[in-house]
Ligand binder design. Sequence first.
Ligand code: FAD
Length: 473
Amino acid sequence: MAVSLVKTFAEISTPDSPESTPVLMKRAVVLGASMAGLLAARVLSDHAEQVLLIERDDSDSGSDPRPGVPQGTQVHALLSAGAVQLERWFPGFSAEAIAAGAVVPPSDGSRGAFFMNGELRVAPPTEQKDETPVLVSTRPFLEALVRRRTLEVGNITLVTGRADGLIFDGERVAGATYVPTGATESVTERGDLVVDATGRSSKLGDWLEDNGWVRPPMQRMPIKLNYATAMFAYDEKISDLMSSVSQTGPDAVTGRVARIAGFNLVEGDRWIMLISGYGDDRPSRDREDYTTRCRRDFPKVYGDIAEQATMVGDVITYHQADSRRRDFHELTRFPAGLVAAGDAVASFNPVYGQGMTSAMLHASCLSKYLRAQPSLDRPAMAYFELVRVVVDVAWQISTLADLDLPHVDGPYPRGFRFVKWFSGVLFRASMTDGVINARLARVTTMMDHPNSLATLGTVLRALKFGRRKAVAA
Ligand SMILES: Cc1cc2nc3c(=O)[nH]c(=O)nc-3n(C[C@H](O)[C@H](O)[C@H](O)COP(=O)(O)OP(=O)(O)OC[C@H]3O[C@@H](n4cnc5c(N)ncnc54)[C@H](O)[C@@H]3O)c2cc1C
């Protein structure tokens, strides 16, 4: 089982272009044109004669934040596996992004700093470095590029309007309805496959129930996360760091609380910097509060940037109540002609940066499913089984850490105590041993399945280095 999950995950996260892409349908309809919807449309363009994207926001928003993706103003890190998928579906994407202003930090780690409980983590040795592109930008910038490349594909069309339901034909979904922007009446768009990519507030469960089907069971973990993000003009006199993460875990003995902060150098020569807290620990929009927290709660460079660099715009806050997953794979009855992708399936604590990459890997699941030439008159359970592999990976990584939060009391996964112990050993070893750091990074960036760490060599090495003390920041 363990090996097959590693293998299946490797097949999903492959960088290779598909060898054959059979056309299986006349028309696919995708609801929501954000990361999940755009990537799903790109995959479907290989298997459908026509793909229709329905998005409620104006598609011409360029690279400005837009209302349909309110989280887009916050720091958005693209994990390596996501960058690989973008290059896979849009060859030349990285080069284009860099030409347009995306930042690529040097691969020797010299301009990055990761702090754990105030200690600085060692960089991976050069020979352990991935060749995977690291692209750093704001979310709207990245999404605008993905949208442009998607809409350049000849058989993809985008219309603007609010999707408000599905049309059913016996045991299958035969299309969707939407209210075009500026209109008052719904119109029907028929399709052989409908993809729900409307994000974490998806109404798919309601639409299913209204039509006599069962909604997918939902698991929630109440994280109560509070974000505050601000932009600063880059100033190398203050720091030449291009990226940093600072993480503290809760400690009942010292009274230390869980907090994550981070900053990235992004297009336009700006640092985008986030600070966060959980529960009642809630950064406000007040600049002084932001600066005080940067100085008080995080390593010195955070305070330096907040105090000395010029803030561009305002502090913007965001609250996320929970991590959630909809387990479609558990349903025993589901209509044919329907799938879901991205946050509409699962959304996690954003501090781990998994959301966009997960959405991209769901698109890869869709490709793998369609390349197997399934009957579209049957429920797409094989697709949801693949998506489950991706969701389990992200869920395991994010919820394992979040179960330490004092206000979180489950759900606990099977074997929690052992997995928690082993991940603690690995994490401590990664602070002083570059090899373990590199192996762990391949998992946290979703390049490899977590089970890939369960080898004798990795366990022994982690046990050896897990006892050393890291450098205080
Ligand atoms: C504070 C915060 C920080 C984050 N940081 C990161 C990060 O660092 N890295 C990362 O990878 N992820 C991050 N994420 C997660 C990431 O934003 C999401 O996982 C990702 O956007 C999911 O993409 P999606 O396409 O599934 O959904 P969304 O991006 O939410 O898009 C849903 C789309 O559907 C459209 N839509 C909704 N309803 C309808 C309707 N009825 N009709 C038509 N269109 C509709 C919306 O307008 C929108 O375009 C963060 C999230 C938050 C909240």
